[in-house]
Design a protein around this ligand. Structure first.
Ligand code: ADP
Length: 454
């Protein structure tokens, strides 16, 4: 607080930065002089009234003079205050010592002080004016007080000193001017850049909004088209299955073969359409979970009955297990959990040539005790670290012979990831080329809340 008060007292608000600087400098000098005057007064008090009578007179006069110059500097013209200050200072020097010492002795050097001061608190060229004034003072003392012809060397010295002061003050002012110009240029540049940045931001926001709108349109389009495709396809599949069941009469072997091809292909198409629909709904934020209590044993049994046949038809063994410490009843959206497992097992069967697929429901130890887990591991080709980072994005497939051999559009894992996120769970993949893959999903044992219908 003290510092800012002094700073306020010394600082001079002015539109001209040079003027403000000079006035502030004068204030600093005045403050120094005031402190000096007060110390002198104090010294006089300590020394006693009788032995320092003249100091009792000088110090208050000095303080009044300082206050007057300060007032002019603050409320009037700065250059007037500065001129008064250097003149009074010079007069003070003229009377500070014996006349002989002033013009030619130990006090002569004091005259350099107002010369230097004038160059900084007035104008650089004012140092020459002060050199002139000093020369006049000395000439006056020599002629009228000491009654002799004035000497030239000291005056030459004043002007030499004035020249040096002028040079230094001028280069200081020039440097400050350059600095201010540089500052202005930088300010302008920052302002220009900020403006350009604001404009770029605005354009980006607009482009973003357009993209979001396009995305919404795309999701709506996919959802509509998928729906329109699903209805007739389901009818095709239904009728083909009825034909296969020989409801419409007995079939020859060739007819049965053709119908089996029809049903398996419509199934695949339906699966793809369902995936597209799910993806579109996820992107539109339209998927809502329907959690309820369910039995993990039933879930695993259901999965075994849906996928077991497919696995054995590919020459693979599908094993399922529910660990003993898993509660009999869990809470979650069973239909979506089933979908997650089917997607993962489908991939495992698709990409594995020999060996098997293991599905395990378990409870992790330690810090993750509040979760339950589903694990699907296979003895397939494995996935490289680089590919592990992108296969969870929509429409991403690994570019290798094993993937090329099998149909798919790269939606299965992205749907799994989105569903797991929606359930507040974690998804992890551990895999190495040639070593098989293990997908792990951890879900909170006690889910917070739950959403209702789509
Ligand atoms: P899709 O199966 O339709 O290609 P997914 O999103 O389910 O799409 O899988 C993306 C890609 O990840 C697959 O194309 C495949 O390259 C790779 N992948 C997924 N699961 C496995 C797995 N169990 N073993 C090896 N690669 C896999």
């Amino acid at each position: 607080m003290g510092v800012s008060f002094i700073d306020n007292l010394l600082s001079m608000p002015s539109t001209d930065p040079d003027d403000a600087r000079r006035r502030k400098l004068l204030n600093i000098l005045l403050m120094g002089m005031a402190i000096l005057a007060l110390l002198t007064l104090l010294a006089a008090l300590v020394a006693g009234v009788s032995s320092a009578k003249h100091l009792f007179f000088i110090s208050p006069v000095m303080l009044v003079g300082i206050a007057a110059i300060f007032a002019i500097n603050r409320y009037g013209a700065g250059s007037l205050a500065s001129s008064l200050f250097v003149l009074v200072f010079t007069i003070g020097i003229a009377f500070a010592d014996e006349p002989r010492q002033v013009v030619n002795g130990r006090s002569l050097f004091l005259f350099t002080i107002p010369i230097l001061m004038a160059s900084v608190i007035l104008r650089p060229w004012a140092s020459f004016v002060m050199a002139g004034v000093n020369s006049l003072v000395i000439t006056f003392i020599e002629l009228f007080v000491l009654n002799r012809v004035p000497g030239v060397p000291s005056m030459l010295g004043f002007f030499a000193f004035a020249f040096i002061s002028w040079l230094s003050a001028r280069s200081l002012e020039n440097a400050l001017k350059d600095l201010r110009a540089l500052n202005r240029e930088l300010d302008q540049r920052v302002e220009d850049r900020t403006k350009a940045l604001r404009e770029a931001n605005r354009q980006l926001a607009e482009a973003n909004e357009r993209l979001r709108e396009l995305d919404r349109l795309k999701s709506r389009f996919v959802s509509m088209v998928s729906h329109e495709l699903r209805t007739p396809l389901s009818a095709v599949q239904g009728f083909a299955e009825m034909l296969l069941a020989e409801i419409y009469g007995p079939l020859s072997e060739r007819q049965t073969n053709a119908l089996e091809r029809i049903t398996s292909n419509t199934k695949r198409l339906l699966h793809l359409i369902n995936d597209l629909l799910d993806q579109a709904r996820i992107e539109a934020g339209q998927i809502a979970l329907q959690p309820h209590p369910f039995s993990p044993d039933d879930l695993v049994e259901e999965v075994q009955s849906t996928m077991g046949m497919l696995a054995s038809s590919e020459g693979l063994e599908l094993t399922t297990e529910v660990a003993t410490d898993v509660p009999d009843t869990l809470h979650g959206d069973e239909k979506r959990l089933h979908q997650i497992l089917v997607n993962l097992i489908n991939n495992a069967i698709k990409f594995t040539d020999e060996g098997g697929v293991d599905v395990r429901i378990y409870r992790p130890d330690g810090q993750l005790r509040g979760y339950w887990g589903m694990e699907v591991s296979d003895t397939g080709p494995g996935i490289s670290e680089e590919d592990q980072e992108r296969i969870f994005d929509p429409f991403q497939r690994v570019d290798n012979s094993s993937t090329r051999e099998h149909l798919g559009v790269g939606l299965g894992l992205s749907i799994v990831k989105e569903l797991v996120d929606l359930m507040g769970g974690r998804l992890a993949l551990e895999s190495e080329i040639g070593e098989g893959s293990t997908f792990t999903i951890l879900l909170p044992l006690h889910q917070q809340g739950g959403t209702t219908d789509e």
